[in-house]
Ligand binder design. Sequence first.
Ligand SMILES: [Zn+2]
Length: 118
Amino acid sequence: MTVEEMFERAEASMLVECMGKPCRIWTGATSKGGYPKAHIGERYVGVHRLALESRIGRALRRTELACHRCDVPACIEPAHLYVGTPADNQRDRRRRGTANPGLCRVTLTKADVRRLYL
Ligand SMILES: [Zn+2]
């Protein structure tokens, strides 16, 4: 996948209401934790990191994380992401009670499933 193809796929991602916030859900591959991933050339990258980098206009440092304000790991909506540290991420997870994933459940319609998998 090229960067251009990744952004095209991001544009075609699914918008869903989750906890009252419109998230843009990545419909491609995800990590075991549910984070959006894509092969760009030889690299396996976090799509949410690229989405945040496009919003802030610079690459994230190795020590910086793309943290979700919406707490939806597959979300790639740039406005829902912020530059954080591992400590920020842990604090957010404790505050939201999301040390265990699965707080947000999205109900897919038959049309959503067709769009995603057929
Ligand atoms: Zn979101």
